[in-house]
Ligand binder design. Structure first.
Ligand code: PLP
Length: 431
């Protein structure tokens, strides 16, 4: 078959397997830098989605590119678990320093789903048990095991049957809590104990949760949630896997979102922000847990790719050198009142929540019934794009606007984003 002369957009529709062509934004992207993206027709956009919360250090960060380029000229691939490669060891050492508690040993792989798969397997190997507790509304990837611990029917369609031995606890979701009547008593944390007792055989290896839930709709668990859950887990010898694939690397204003709770996980998964766009992922565990894999038991051909590890190490160094984690916290605190003002001006904004530069606006048809407004969210996303701002939409109902820009975004650009959201909400409400 020869080249067809079709446009990029036509080729996308003809030659790519897309689960939902509708969800591809009508923009052909040419290049990006920091928090700006340019399409092939020269239009400039402020990027508030960062390639699904990935390019935390900014698009095409020169120091990250230079580190990758230098590594590429020396060694692209050898099999980093077959041979020792300096940059792989350096990145693993760096992760041991920046991850909380006693997390120390890392297994490198290529995607968030692969990291979660490996973490689940390690938890089984470490405990000799086989069941898991996950959260309703949680999201952990699109492979069979990761969908098995994903608590969202809409993400799981046509993929079943899923793995047995997974029980779901209610989500720690203050805005849509089904357990407490207005006043939070952390019943969602206590429910983890009931789920273990009534929905499993007691043979539970691990509890897996996102410290801030991303795909579920930027859900920040109530204060004290993870402390209480960890106590329940520790009393029963169950491991805690913190899935930091989306919330890690400064996204929520701390290096890892779980630090906000002071709880140290036993295993942590990471991807997205670790490589500033290079496909890199991994899971880090306490040494006693990590050492339960026997030699050769777990492997990934491309895992620990030297070029990606060089980019990952450089990206973490950029986060540190440029103070981007504190910047995420500061800009998040600055943005929050702007978003709350939108909630005062527009009745459709039912809730504003988030941490650092991981913020969400939940749109509703009615503030009293909290009936979700997914069509409105889709219209506002399109309107923002037409006005020069890229945002995401998520949540179980598809009604949460997601603001997750590169952490290098400027306050001025965020001010523009708030103005654009205001204009888009006004326009949508008027129609
Ligand atoms: N875990 C979380 C918390 C995620 O947000 C995602 C992706 O959005 C994944 C796992 C899966 O990551 P990937 O798409 O890299 O497989």
């Amino acid at each position: 078959m020869t080249a067809t002369g079709l446009s990029t957009s036509e080729k996308y529709r003809q030659f790519l397997i897309l689960s939902s062509v509708q969800s591809v934004e009508p923009i052909t992207v040419e290049r990006a830098r920091d928090a700006l993206v340019w399409s092939t027709d020269g239009t400039e956009y402020v990027d508030c989605f960062a390639g699904i919360a990935v390019v935390n250090a900014g698009h095409c960060e020169p120091r990250v590119l230079e580190a990758a380029r230098r590594q590429m000229e020396r060694l692209v691939h050898i099999g980093s678990l077959l041979y020792e490669v300096p940059v792989v060891a350096d990145l693993a050492e760096k992760l041991a320093w920046i991850t909380p508690g006693r997390l120390e040993k890392t297994f490198f792989c290529n995607s968030g789903a692969e990291a979660v798969e490996g973490a689940l397997r390690l938890a089984k190997a470490s405990t000799g048990r086989s069941e898991f507790i996950a959260l309703e509304l949680g999201f952990h990837g699109r492979t069979n095991a990761t969908l098995s611990v994903t608590g969202n029917r809409k993400r799981k369609q046509h993929g079943g049957p899923y793995l047995p031995g997974v029980a779901f606890a209610p989500p720690p979701h203050p805005y849509r809590c089904r357990l407490c009547n207005g006043k939070c008593s952390l019943a969602c944390a206590d429910a983890v104990s009931d789920v273990i007792d009534y929905h499993t055989s007691g043979d539970v290896a691990a509890f897996i949760a996102e410290p801030v839930m991303g795909e579920g709709g930027i859900i920040v668990p109530p204060e004290g949630y993870f402390e209480r859950v960890k106590k329940i887990l520790d009393d029963r010898g169950i491991l805690f896997i913190a899935d930091e694939v989306q919330s890690g690397f400064g996204r929520t204003g701390t290096m890892f979102a779980i630090e906000r709770s002071g709880v140290a996980p036993d295993i942590m998964t990471m991807a997205k922000g670790i490589g500033d766009g290079f496909p890199l992922a991994g899971f880090t565990a306490r040494p006693d847990v990590a050492d339960s894999f026997r030699p050769g038991e777990h492997l990934s051909t491309f895992g620990g790719n030297p070029v990606c590890c060089a980019a990952g190490l450089a990206s973490i160094e950029v986060l540190e050198a440029d103070g981007l984690v504190a910047r995420s916290a500061g800009l998040g605190s600055w943005l929050r009142p702007q978003l709350e003002r939108l909630a005062e001006r527009h009745v459709a904004v039912g809730d504003v929540r988030g941490a650092g530069l991981m913020q969400g606006l939940e749109l509703v048809r009615d503030r009293v019934t909290r009936e979700p407004a997914p069509e409105l969210a889709a219209r506002i996303k399109a309107s923002c794009r037409q006005r020069g701002v890229l945002i995401g939409v998520g949540g179980y109902f598809g009604n949460v606007l997601r603001i997750q820009p590169p952490l290098t975004i400027t306050q001025e650009q965020l001010g523009f984003v708030a103005e654009v959201l205001d204009g888009a909400l006004s326009e949508a409400m008027a129609s």
